[in-house]
Design a protein around this ligand. Structure first.
Ligand code: ADP
Ligand code: MG
Length: 322
């Protein structure tokens, strides 16, 4: 019951923001199924949720947290889908040997001879050879990961410019040719060479933090690593965005964690919080983003909100810090 009333409340918020179609949502918001249908139609109406501004230059963001299972992949994929739905062009670089981001974006990364991020890092293929259009949505692209990538942490060690491999591979001209606005790099749950490559290639770090016990465990170490990369390899790198994920409104703990993270990181924390939702966890099983799997769900709406917030944050502020 609590869930239903929440979804209606949310629906009214959404309808205020999204204009003409909003009145339909309000009219039918009194039943949960109709409300979900109305939300879905809003989301799927091309341009219905408004186009977002293109950044002045490509925004390259690393989604990092060396803790596993905090929502890095889910966040990379669904924020990318949210941005693409608003007319932006987004490349997801899957840097985790598990290849979960590739799967969620509908890319068959187990096919033989797939040109992946592994070959890209080794310099065996170019970005244009490794990039694939996601069948999910227009404007959504992926450089997939294969299991070969598991060996890359070790293989990279002996290569020239081992920390700069990804940065060098993300060729400006090819990004421009594809008119990419955002690159989101999905990191593995470690602080090894792959994550360092992601931090050297990016200007911004997006840290997803789970609203659970020990949420901040390991974040200190992550921040120290970011500082090291900043000092020695990439002065422009900074934490621009924190996203609270897997929020369960029924627990006091979730609020305590959210408060603590906000105290710690201030306005870097997006005001949108991603709720814990079974739908969000089901979507990748169908090789879909949540926006494709259930566009009217709370999970889809909150990732859309997070994408919108991220895109509307002033890129000028980022430029000033560089
Ligand atoms: P990471 O990439 O940090 O290891 P994932 O994004 O793979 O984390 O998420 C870990 C697990 O939690 C996955 O099974 C995912 O489907 C699930 N999950 C992620 N976000 C949510 C959410 N908001 N609600 C419910 N389950 C989620
Ligand atoms: Mg992951």
């Amino acid at each position: 019951m609590v869930d239903n009333s929440e979804s209606v409340k949310r629906d009214q918020n959404v309808s205020r923001e999204t204009g003409p179609t909003g009145s339909v949502a309000q009219q039918f918001a009194d039943t949960p199924i109709a409300a979900a249908a109305a939300r879905a139609s809003q989301v799927l109406t091309p341009g219905g949720s408004g186009q977002l501004p293109r950044p002045a230059s490509v925004r390259i963001m690393t989604v990092a947290n060396q803790k596993g299972g905090v929502g890095k992949t889910t966040t990379a994929v669904n924020i990318a889908a949210g941005l693409a739905l608003h007319g932006l062009r987004v490349l997801v670089v899957d840097l985790d040997p598990q290849g979960n981001a590739s799967t969620a974006l509908g890319i068959d990364h187990r096919a033989p001879d797939v040109a992946s991020v592994y070959e890209l890092l080794l310099g065996e293929v170019t970005l244009s050879e490794a990039i694939q259009q996601s069948p999910s949505q227009d404007g959504l692209f992926c450089v997939p990961a294969t299991l070969d990538l598991a060996g890359a942490e070790i293989e990279l060690v002996s290569l020239v410019a081992r920390e700069n491999r990804l940065r060098n591979a993300l060729n400006d001209e090819i990004l421009a040719e594809y008119e990419i606005d955002y690159v989101l790099i999905d990191c593995p749950p470690s602080l090894g060479l792959l994550t360092v490559n992601a931090m050297v290639a990016a200007r911004e770090v997006l840290i997803p933090i789970q609203c659970e016990y020990y949420a901040l465990e390991g974040v200190g170490q992550l921040l120290r690593n970011i500082e090291l990369v900043q000092a020695h390899l990439n002065p422009a790198l900074h934490v621009s965005t924190i996203l609270l994920t897997m929020y369960d409104g029924r627990t006091k703990l979730a609020d305590q964690v959210a408060d603590e993270v906000r105290r710690h990181f201030g306005d870097k924390v997006l005001s949108t919080i991603i709720p814990r939702s079974v739908k969000v966890s089901e979507a990748p099983g169908y090789a879909m983003t949540i926006i494709e799997y259930d566009p009217g769900s709370r999970g889809a709406m909150s990732y859309l909100d997070a994408a919108r917030e991220l895109a509307l944050r002033s890129p000028a502020a980022d430029a000033a810090q560089a």
